[in-house]
Design a protein around this ligand. Structure first.
Ligand SMILES: Cc1ncc(C[n+]2csc(CCOP(=O)(O)OP(=O)(O)O)c2C)c(N)n1
Ligand SMILES: [Mg+2]
Length: 625
């Protein structure tokens, strides 16, 4: 039996029949499709989405990049078992996907991209918005998506959809490979009919596998842990993706090995777990970074070891420090010349715990006392940062975070990606539940927060979802507020106004850049932008997009506004101007370095001084072999 449908209709029906399964849980793989229409998808996928609206929900986005962020937010909140598709017109609609695709791929989060493409049959070259490449007839702007996609195909014949769609599903559901998957769909092919075999539309279940460890690698890992006196776990995003939090807690409780976490891994243990020592690296806690400096064995679990984690290769100071990397991806397992333990995080941790418990292995009491004291000391610093002794003044940024901390329970979710908030949150936030802390720091993309919060809320409608945004980030991408209003998706936005890029301003100052181009201020006579703040009213802006906005001037106002927003069942924004304008936020300083190269020649004293300090830091870098 065959069914005669267009390529677009066939794809929509196929996608509606795909499921994932892990640990007995079955989910729709593609929960919905986001779309902005133009020529290239309006008569193809657009027509198919209305034809099959009963099986494929649709969301109307405002910007192609932000639609990908929404899909990514949904996918992460769904533990990668479910995601969304994104359809675009040809040309600018398609290239707007590139940033979102890079973010998805870097963070190992699945998302299906369906950009329209130029005519496969080329009846009239060039079509509106077509890139013409004189040396290659088969290149279109969609080729910019190749390097940021884990799988890319262009469907130039209807029947080619069958193998391609199956490969696309394989990659989306593969825990090693997953990321952005792109099927570029020429606009004539989308609308073309074909006789599809009926089985193409049958329900298909993709098992998200949990491979266990190789016995030789496991034995070596157990030996390494048993012979270490000062081991330290670094929990990365892989712990969450694998839902290995309980397995990690069992491992930590059994062995008493302390656990530090990356931005993606924070929340792997709740903040009050005795072995949780907080964030690691450049934005880490003094406790975790101190342990890292003296560790003889670093046990990475589901981490990519970015420069923020390793303090650009300066954090692990002990001469004979070794790395043991539990990772489902051999690529990451071999990093820092470590012993790989290639396995799913939950499976691998379970196997490690079993073997270590058999040997009765735990670390020494003196080590436990040391990190427990460090953890308690850091807690006091967090309290001090959050405390606002005088409630009738403008809050600092850390007091803003403290006000939210005092309000939320384990069901609230905070979403953030860029600015000075990620560092402050990594140092200070008390993650009360496994998925409360949603930090996108693989790409740290300004503008992620608001659309991603929409995706998170769609995946967890019963929870309070807070997008924490700086003013710079807000200006980069506020437009999905309209979508939240249109669909009644009651996200909360906490908008922190400090008149520019406080984070990059501080960084600029420390590397001899003198805060050049980082403040939202009027130019002065000397030609620098250091004049008065701009008369921009972001609260009015958010309100103009249809959102309810609560303005908070003081700490007291802020507490009341946050509580009101939390109780609201419509999209609500709390707007607050922080006290220290574009300088410091009130958080503890960085406990470890981050390599941002400084000018080797300069006449300005700030750069000359910064370079001297830079060279001292560089000289402490290690190559682990
Ligand atoms: C799309 C994008 N462009 C540029 C950057 C570099 N960058 C990182 S943080 C930042 C400033 C963020 O400003 P704001 O949201 O106001 O936060 P603040 O630093 O003031 O806390 C910039 C420009 C980025 N991360 N993402
Ligand atoms: Mg700012």
């Amino acid at each position: 039996m065959t069914i005669r449908l267009t390529v677009a209709q066939s794809l929509v029906r196929f996608l509606a029949a795909q499921y994932t399964e892990r640990d007995g849980e079955r989910r729709r793989l593609i929960g919905a499709t986001w779309g902005i229409f133009g020529h290239g998808n309006v008569a193809g996928i657009g027509q198919a989405l209305i034809e099959y609206g009963d099986v494929m929900p649709y969301h109307q986005g405002r910007n192609e990049q932000s639609m990908v962020h929404a899909a990514v937010g949904y996918a992460r909140q769904s533990n990668r078992l479910s995601t969304h598709a994104v359809t675009t017109s040809i040309g600018p609609g398609a290239t707007n996907l590139v940033t979102g695709a890079a973010l998805a791929t870097i963070n190992h989060l699945p998302v299906l991209l369906l950009p329209g493409d130029v005519f496969a049959t080329r009846p009239a070259d060039p079509v509106l918005q077509q890139l013409e490449v004189p040396y290659a007839g088969d290149v279109s702007v969609n080729d910019t998506l190749r390097p940021v996609s884990r799988y890319f195909d262009r469907i130039t014949r209807p029947e080619a959809l069958i193998p391609s769609a199956l490969q696309a599903m394989r990659v989306l559901t593969d825990p090693v490979e997953t990321g952005a998957v792109t099927l570029a769909l020429p606009q004539d092919v989308q609308a073309e009919a074909y006789d599809w075999p009926e089985e193409f539309f049958s329900t298909r279940v993709w098992t998200v596998r949990r491979p266990g460890a190789d016995p030789t690698e496991l034995a070596e890992a157990v030996r390494a842990i048993r012979s270490a006196a000062r081991p330290l776990v670094i929990a990365g995003g892989g712990v969450h993706h694998s839902r290995a939090e309980e397995a990690l807690a069992e491992f930590a409780s059994a062995t008493r090995i302390p656990v530090a976490s990356t931005q993606a891994g924070k929340g792997s243990l709740p903040h009050d777990h005795p072995q949780d020592v907080g964030g690691i690296g450049h934005t880490g806690t003094a406790t975790a970074d101190g342990l890292a400096r003296t560790a003889d064995l670093v046990i990475g679990v589901g981490t990519r070891y970015t420069d923020f984690t390793t303090a650009s290769g300066t954090l692990f100071e002990k001469a004979d420090v070794r790395f043991l990397n539990l990772n489902i991806a051999p690529f990451d397992g071999h990093k820092l010349a470590g012993h790989p333990l290639v396995a799913d995080a939950r499976s691998g941790l379970g196997e490690l715990t079993e073997a270590l418990v058999m040997h009765g292995h735990t670390v020494a009491d003196s080590y436990v006392d040391e990190y427990s004291e460090g953890k308690a000391r850091w807690e006091q610093r967090v309290d001090a940062c959050f405390e606002a002794a005088e409630p009738d003044v403008r809050p600092s940024q850390t007091q803003v975070i403290g006000a939210l901390d005092a309000l939320v329970d384990e069901s609230d979710i905070i979403v953030n990606a860029a600015g000075s908030l990620p560092g402050d949150l990594h140092k200070l936030w008390r993650a009360r539940s496994r998925d409360q802390y949603h930090l996108e720091y693989g790409y740290s993309c300004m503008g992620y927060e608001i659309p991603a919060a929409l995706g998170v809320k769609l995946a967890a409608p019963e929870r309070n979802v807070w997008a924490l945004v700086g003013d710079g980030t807000y200006l980069m991408m506020p437009t999905e507020i309209v979508t939240a209003v249109q669909e009644g998706i009651a996200i909360k936005i906490l908008l922190v106004q400090n008149h520019g890029y406080a984070s990059i301003g501080g960084l600029s100052e420390s590397v001899g850049g003198e805060r050049f181009g980082t403040a939202y201020r009027f130019p002065t006579e000397e030609g620098t932008y250091t004049g008065a703040p701009l008369p921009v009213d972001l609260a009015a802006n958010a309100a103009s997009l249809g959102m309810r906005v609560l303005r908070a001037k003081t700490v007291r106002d802020l507490r009341a506004a946050l509580a009101e927003a939390r109780a609201a069942d419509t999209p609500t924004c709390v707007y607050v101007e922080t006290e220290t304008s574009d300088t410091v936020s009130g958080a503890p300083p960085a406990q470890a370095w981050w390599d941002v190269p400084v000018a080797e020649t300069a006449t300005r004293p700030s750069a000359v001084t910064a370079r001297e300090l830079y060279e001292r830091h560089v000289s402490t870098r290690r190559r682990h072999l």
